[in-house]
Design a binder for this molecule. Structure first.
Ligand code: ZN
Length: 63
C-alpha cells in the first residue's frame, strides 16, 4: 500500500470532512402504536410492520 508522503493540512482535512454530515432519519409515526420510528423498519415498540405483527415484543415496564 502506498503511504501518504505528507500529513494533510488542517484545511484539506476539514474540506474532506465538510462532506460527511449526519443524515436526518426519516421518522414516521407507527400506524399501530403511534410511536415515532424510522420508515421501512419494524416498529421496535410494538413489532408491527406492513399491517401485521412481524416480531413479538416482550412487554417489560422499565423502572
Ligand atoms: Zn408500533
Amino acid at each position: 500500500m502506498g503511504a501518504p508522503k505528507k500529513k494533510p493540512t488542517r484545511m484539506k482535512r476539514d474540506q474532506r470532512r465538510a462532506h460527511f454530515k449526519a443524515t436526518v432519519p426519516n421518522l414516521i409515526e407507527c400506524p399501530h402504536c403511534h410511536e415515532l420510528i424510522p420508515s421501512h423498519t419494524v416498529c421496535p415498540n410494538c413489532g408491527w410492520y406492513g399491517g401485521e405483527e412481524k416480531i413479538k415484543i416482550e412487554k417489560e415496564e422499565k423502572g
